[in-house]
Design a protein. Structure first.
Length: 402
């Protein structure tokens, strides 16, 4: 058998799915596993969304459609952007696609192999996987707990070069749950303009936030006409992770090339799924979204309080998304050791912070959207017991850093 391509050896996938497979293997052995690893809402998709898809199927909406997406959904997204982002894009600025694919398609259309992408660290693992696969260079922007996981603008200015093409911004943020402060968002937009960079503004958690004011977006500066590309999805906000439906809004020349790439690889998003997206953007669906976010806030408060009650763990209160990213340095374990111990001894599946970048080494990520409050409380007690029963840390902090 001939060897694989060089690029094939740089495909790493998503570690959360790999841990899920391990957890499911333990379940097949009879173990009870509490799942906090996969970032999916543990809620049903809104009934009117499901109904719209079924109606579209019965109406025969099962054939090819435009690679850009059906006109009705793109127009609905334009109206939603006008209400939510403060500007109304043209339908030629909108492309319908799975959000994960949007990350790779954008990079392929605006970054050449060998060029640089400014990316947060820690961050969603697909950023790094896509960057490495396409042969670009990830320039990491450390997000630190002591700085509330905000991007350090002075540090950012030192990292840009004449090879930098793209700046990635994610707010609310996966894995930390942080939200970029409005003044920082505006400064990032000005920074990108000054250095002639594209901005990928990953806003898939935009509607999952716990403050009263809407999340700021760098798209407010250029209305996605010059350099900003907004990435959004129905997966998180509407409990539609299995539908694989998302979209990008960006400059028309960029969107046109992304549409051709989508046409080459996917042909189009299934039309009956797109009709479900139209239903998701109707005003009556807002009730389902707000109800879900209110419940997530309750779960957030329970898990933060519980984690802070465990000796050696400190946890910030996330402002958005549905993750906590506690600091576990006080346990004497590194992130990988902690995750392994908690899975094996407590039956709780969570992710080491290093799955999201090297600057996540002192943290772990737990997703609290998949389980009810009673399960969260059970997981906290099991984690406490597992750490108390451990004879001693596998390595103390000083040994690891010497």
């Amino acid at each position: 058998m001939k060897k694989l391509s060089d690029a094939a050896h740089h495909i790493h996938g998503q570690p959360m799915f790999q841990l899920l497979e391990k957890a499911e293997a333990l379940e097949k052995q009879g173990r009870r596993i509490l799942h906090f690893e996969i970032g999916t809402p543990g809620f049903e998709s809104p009934a009117n969304v499901v109904g719209a898809a079924m109606e579209a199927l019965r109406a025969g909406k099962t054939r090819y459609v435009s690679s850009w997406g059906i006109e009705e959904l793109r127009q609905a997204i334009c109206r939603d952007a006008a209400a939510d982002l403060g500007f109304q894009p043209t339908d030629r600025q909108v492309l319908i696609l799975p959000a994960n694919a949007g990350i790779y398609f954008l990079m392929r259309c605006v970054v050449n192999p060998g060029e640089e992408i400014l990316v947060p660290d820690p961050a969603f693992s697909s950023y790094y996987s896509a960057i490495e696969f396409m042969g670009a260079k990830a320039v990491r922007m450390p997000l630190k707990d002591e700085n509330a996981f905000q991007i350090d603008l002075e540090d950012l200015a030192k990292k840009v070069s004449d090879q930098t093409r793209l700046l990635i911004v994610n707010s609310p943020h996966n894995p930390t749950g942080s939200v970029l402060q409005p003044e920082n968002m505006q400064k990032l937009g000005a920074f990108a303009k000054k250095n002639d960079l594209y901005i990928l503004s990953d806003e898939v958690y935009r509607k999952v936030h716990y403050g009263e004011k809407a999340i700021d977006s760098p798209s407010s500066i250029d209305h996605c006409k010059e350099r900003t590309i907004v990435l959004n999805s129905f997966s998180k906000s509407h409990a539609m992770s299995g539908w694989r439906l998302g979209y990008v809004i960006g400059p028309e020349p960029v969107i046109e090339k992304m549409a051709l790439l989508l046409q080459t690889i996917l042909s189009c998003v299934p039309p009956f799924i797109q009709y479900a997206g139209i239903a998701a953007l109707r005003p009556e669906t807002d009730v389902s979204v707000k109800t879900m976010v209110a419940e997530l806030k309750k779960r957030r408060d329970v898990i933060v309080r519980g984690l802070n009650s465990i000796p050696g763990i400190t946890c910030r209160v996330p402002e958005g998304a549905f993750y906590v990213f506690p600091d576990i340095r006080g346990t004497g374990l590194d992130a990988g050791q902690f995750a392994s111990l908690i899975l094996e001894k407590a039956g709780v599946a969570l992710l080491p912070g290093t799955d999201f970048g090297k600057y996540g080494e002192d943290h772990v990520r737990l997703c609290y959207s998949t389980t009810e409050i009673s399960v969260i409380e059970e997981a906290i007690e099991k984690m406490k017991a597992a750490l108390q029963q451990a004879e001693k840390p596998l390595l103390n902090r000083q040994e690891r850093r010497s």
